[in-house]
Ligand binder design. Sequence first.
Ligand code: F6P
Length: 545
Amino acid sequence: MQKTLPDTPATQLKTWHELESHQKKIAELSIAEHFKNESDRMERYWLEWEDFIVDFSKNRIDKKGLELLLHLAEEAGLKAAIEAQFTGSKINATENRAVLHTALRRLDNQPLLVDGKDVLPEIRGTQEKMYTFCEKVISGTWKGYTGKAISHVVNIGIGGSDLGPAMVVEALAHYENHLDVRFVSNVEGDHHEEVLKGLNPETTLFVIVSKTFTTQETLSNAQSIRAWFLKNAPETAVSKHFVAVSTNTEKTAAFGIAPENTFPMNDWVGGRFSLWSTVGLSICLAVGPEHFEGLLEGAGKMDLHFRETPFEKNIPVILSLLSIWYNNFWGAESEVIVPYTQYLRNLPAYLQQGIMESNGKSIGRDGNPVDYQTGTIIWGASGTNAQHAFFQLIHQGTKLIPADFIAFKKSLKGNTDHQNKLLSNFIAQTEALMNGKTLAEVQKELDSSGMDKAEQERLTPFRVFEGNKPTNTLLIDQLTPASLGALIAMYEHKIFVQGVLWNIYSYDQWGVELGKQLANKVLDDIQGKQNHPHDPSTSKLLSKI
Ligand code: F6P
């Protein structure tokens, strides 16, 4: 296996130990105290780039801690690793592949060689094919088998072939055209039946998305939906209603998809990083090529920022380092992501795959088990809904949960009253999380309520908020295809930086294979084709099905 990235375990980096000592030194200092100690905190812990503001001042970090984290990044060889990724080095060494989702949103056409071949012309050609197809469908030039225009699109895919497109289509609902774009992912038959409800085969287009074209869920759904379609339509109609996105053009052909209806993708695009490729076909259908290009452009600009900006001003680098700080030096187990917009309610679910499938690894790049924590557990929901669901635990629970708060200054539809209320909650929560409510404040409040003394004393401890809960605030001008592209790319780069520093391979996913293999075996058992030996628990469960 070719060594394309350094392979020093994180705990063998000198700065790692300095960070351990430093954390002990400042562990008792609250964020509020850091503010008192550092008069320049609002300059040092504040980043502005394009229409993004990142305020990371509300963190349990001081000047020295930040310097050490930045030094850790240098020591781990991050700069060279970033270049290795962008220039097509095979940094996905366990699959012997380059990692080039960034090539799909390149703002220029400078040659980019993979195995000696410039991939840019092919990327542009495929994008053109996709845009031409989408324009035909959107304009109604593309006709279904009875001559009617397409009104509905169903994306059939799972994991990276579903989560990204589904999240973006929902996020960009404000920009969508007349096409109704739906998603079928789960192998559960009821799921596709629900999605197909009310659909007319004459006016529906099915987009089968599978990088490998071997995924059980997607192929089962595609077969069943094809059978549903053929109940009404003749076999010759399939080419007008089924298209495919895959690297495996042999298998798409075997499924009966014509080459002209097959949109290729490359093996150097990982499934969970693929919405920028032809996997984004459903996005492009929903919002049109112009907005799809906007998405790519925003991501492309974030790529440049990440590649060219010194680490201390580099948004993805700073966010990654803070995440490592809590994960590895404060024992935080999870991170919460709270976008203050319903449009991004699926962002946490999308990032769960990106972050947890990428960095949920325990073997270092040197082939040995790591002796430190890697991937963070990601969860979240949209604000303000989340405030009425799980915020209690963040405010007064026992766990340390660093949070990303994301909001857009301007709403899309212009309702200022609601936007002000939304943003006031957004700002108030991070303030409350940091400052909490002291004993003295609670006593004063209860005193002025006229409550009797004994009752006051009984209730006081429950009303105290410890505060000191870390947050990053991301304030973006408006939710546009470009700002969304930049936001997603920002998190992608955060994943990469963490993988480099944790000395793990972020771009494979061997951990999901075992379950897939066993599911096939168990299916044989359920269908009575075989009787595989199982452990007692599994056997008893199988006997009940
Ligand atoms: O869950 C594992 C996985 O391989 C993901 O990485 C991928 O996004 C998903 O399955 C779907 O794979 P495919 O696009 O090949 O159907």
